[in-house]
Design a protein around this ligand. Structure first.
Ligand SMILES: C[S@@+](CC[C@H](N)C(=O)[O-])C[C@H]1O[C@@H](n2cnc3c(N)ncnc32)[C@H](O)[C@@H]1O
Length: 218
């Protein structure tokens, strides 16, 4: 199957009714800020509908698009009296003001805590467990993120990691991969091996968007 044709076909069945999100996605694309692909977003929103998570952790905020989308979904799928919170971490200072403004403008400032800092350093200091962890920050650190994500989850929690196929490069031999990309290639394979072998996790690697690892904490 041609994966770009498949993605285009699937995108035809993703309703994009929210004007704020539409605008934020267009702006991010114009500014070349990497945001979650539409198919991956649809998948994670289904996870939220099923799981109804009270506590969500996101590594990699960028301009706040995915955090806002998750907040809107949680608002929709959860009962009015059910509280939820999204903690999202971003280390690139220039992105913080825009993300803060977007979150405020979307009316999600009371749901989303934007934490400025290195994702790994921040999560190492966290203790309270999460129901859903979305890993979308530095690809070379995915194995370390996974270790901390497992520590920060409990039975029934879900960990979703984006971009695990590295635009298809993950399937190539390391000798074919450009030298400068070899470390990320090696680290991502290490992440996938850890996610698949860890007996505390039930993991599926899905060819959604740029590849998603879907791990259910046992
Ligand atoms: C793919 S983007 C996140 C996209 C966002 N989740 C969305 O879909 O709207 C990855 C983000 O992670 C941030 N990032 C990279 N390394 C990081 C680190 N070590 N700690 C925190 N954030 C990091 C980047 O600056 C970038 O904004």
């Amino acid at each position: 199957m041609d994966s770009s044709r498949t993605a285009e076909f699937i995108k035809g069945y993703i309703p994009n009714k929210d004007e704020t999100l539409k605008r934020l996605r267009e702006k991010a694309e114009k500014d070349e800020v990497p945001v979650i692909r539409q198919e991956t977003e649809a998948f994670i929103l289904s996870v939220i509908a099923l799981l109804k998570p009270r506590r969500i952790l996101e590594l990699g905020t960028a301009t706040g698009y995915s955090a806002i989308s998750m907040a809107k979904a949680a608002e929709r799928y959860m009962k009015a009296d059910q509280n939820f919170v999204i903690d999202t971490i971003e280390d690139w200072a220039p992105r913080i003001p825009e993300a803060t403004a977007n979150i405020k403008e979307a009316g999600a400032a009371d749901r989303i805590n934007l934490i400025e800092g290195d994702a790994l350093e921040v999560i190492k200091g966290m203790k309270e467990p999460y129901d859903l962890v979305f890993i979308d920050a530095a690809k070379g650190q995915y194995p370390d993120y996974l270790k901390e994500a497992v520590r920060l989850t409990r039975s029934g929690s879900v960990i979703v990691a984006d971009n695990v196929m590295l635009d298809g490069e993950i399937m190539e031999s390391k000798y074919i991969v450009e030298r400068r990309d070899r470390t990320i290639h090696k680290r991502m394979r290490e992440f996938l091996r850890q996610a698949a072998m860890d007996e505390r996790l039930s993991t599926s690697i899905l060819p959604v968007g740029d590849g998603v690892a879907f791990c259910v904490r046992m």
